[in-house]
Design a binder for this molecule. Sequence first.
Ligand SMILES: C[S@@+](CC[C@H](N)C(=O)[O-])C[C@H]1O[C@@H](n2cnc3c(N)ncnc32)[C@H](O)[C@@H]1O
Length: 714
Amino acid sequence: MGKSSAKRWKKKKNVEAETNEKGVRKQYEEIVKENADFETYYKLQKICPENEWEDMMKHLRESLPTTFRITGSRTEGRALLHVLQKHLIKDAVLAGKSDPEADIGAFPLPWYPQNLGWQINLTRKDIRRNEAYFRLHNFLISETETGNISRQEAVSMIPPLALQVEPHHRVLDLCAAPGSKTAQLIEMIHGEDEGIKTDGFVVANDLDNKRCYMLVHQGKRLLSPAFIVTNHDASRYPDVVKTDENGVLKKFKFDRVLCDVPCSGDGTIRKNVDVWKKWSTSNGLYLHQVQYQVLKRGLELLEVGGKLVYSTCSLNPIEDEGVLHRMLKDAEGSVELLDIDLPHLKHSKGMSHWIPCTRDMVQYSKFEDVPEKWQTTVRPTMFPPTPEEAPKYHLDKCVRVLPHKQDTGGFFIALLTKTRLLPWENTEVEVKSERDPPPAAKRDPRGPPKKIRRIGGFKEDPYVFMSEDNPIWPQLRDFYGLDTSLDCTNFLRRSEDGKIKNIYITTKAVRDFVRSNEKDVKIINVGVKALVRVDKKWTPCDFRLSQEGLPSLSPFIKDRRVQLPKEDLKAVLLNDDDKDKPPLLELLTEETRKLVEPIERGSLVLDIDLQVEDDGPLCKLQLVGWKGTNSLRAYIQRNDRVHYLRLCGADVSKYEKNKFKEREEAEAAELKKGDAEAEGNDNSMDVEGNGNGAASPEESSDVIEPKPIKVTSS
Ligand SMILES: C[S@@+](CC[C@H](N)C(=O)[O-])C[C@H]1O[C@@H](n2cnc3c(N)ncnc32)[C@H](O)[C@@H]1O
């Protein structure tokens, strides 16, 4: 065995020994949270006042508290917030009072609107110690699974807030995956809940094709018909076009653009501890160019008067102010920095001076001093403005969030506006292209695209919008009583021929965007699933409703709706544990039964005006249901069932594996056994016979296995 491998082996062994002693399983060697170059570099940049340095470093070495947002529709979000605050947090705080060791530090983030962003510090140890903590933890896990809660780093929530998105805005998120900020943008677009009537939409783009499917998932989770996923290199995002009322193709510009660019990520060091080992100045130097190119393209795609946020999770001025300074200089006054209005967010102002350093930590104050061998790495554009020039760029308007100010990760955000066209932009707005003429108002005279398109080597299925002569349309219209104001071209499918399995729904604005751009833009996904073919069930309509598309379609459905009181919703949800035994109509109140019985078999809408407790908000729910011969079922996922039961105030403990209680019972059983043994009376068989400590097979098949939401070193 060579010396170095022996050394490695020894080090590993030491870690294992430590692991065994503490009884904690660790798969990786302990990472030393030190990096001399990191400290030298950021001290040199004066990233924080000298007297705060130790505090900042201390925070960087600590793990990050858990933060999350309550997502989804506004009324449902408020309902869930009510349940969280009034019961789970309150119980946990009460428990904390009798347990001085525990401080779960649960509080709403002071700068996040409407108390919908939270910080909490639950450790594994806490969860094991106290049942109230366990319940809170279980709630967070199961509501995260249903998508009603999103775990997201606090600082990552800032850019969409800074962007000031309104429901009518056309928004482009250029580097969007995995999509936590995209989710916030989508929520903002649907703020006024206009359904498919909204003019606003979000285009989420990522270079990585696989990561684009994470974005597709976000759209589904948020049930958004106004959402498009594209797959391009943001720095070379294709020109997009629109068709005006006269059928002329014009350049399409976005009202809001988010450039959350790829970065060295040293602001995430509390979470990604590997950064301690890997950090060097070369990452920032390498990324500066691509960051500039993405920002430049973002500004080109922005409407004059529109706003753009540039953000990174890096503290490095070369990736932050350095990129902005270069852009502002090139834009010659056509782009300006704006103040960011988030009153309770503690932050440092952007810097107007910084010092580029090479990988070997040699610093240069001007490009002329950079030796030739480094001149391709340290570029002239990376240097700060001269003290005389600096005031005209207002780089102090940028926001740098330092970890010790509010116990967060590190982050950088800048808000820009475009006051006129960029110097190199063509003033001509009309597009002279060889593209096909625009489609007429309702039917596309070109007919559906004939071939599967190939862009960048990938096959994309065509987007085929429904036409009025499609035989499915009258069937849907008559069965569900669809309002005449619904335009059937809002429906689309993803294949040209064969039996249609799923029908998606989208907005007019998105449909127009797709029709005008699908030849040049690689569109991965559009709209939400509204209808699904039902093959084997007897019903006059071949398609059932889908929960994903219900908020979009529901305003147009006049027939096949039932108003359910809360108690009937509970009855339907609580009696649906067996796939082959749907809840029977006899379980419902007489009034509801009278309403449901005459309805023909098949899919329908369940409307519920849910008052969440006497003092809680009123929440209007719509669920897809299925009327069987003698039964009524809510056609939703099991996790969603638990969510709605929670909002109804029902006891959901049968769906939770209460490890806390199990352990208590097992300990009690052990104790009893020990006592009995001490007395010379072995009744362990009785203990087992009592069923103490073991979940029944029924329970164990019906559990949400809690997964830890935070692993801290405590
Ligand atoms: C910082 S992450 C974005 C995080 C995301 N905005 C969020 O909040 O979940 C950067 C993303 O940029 C993507 N990316 C990297 N280079 C890109 C490029 N040239 N064009 C578009 N996306 C790019 C990466 O695949 C990655 O998903």
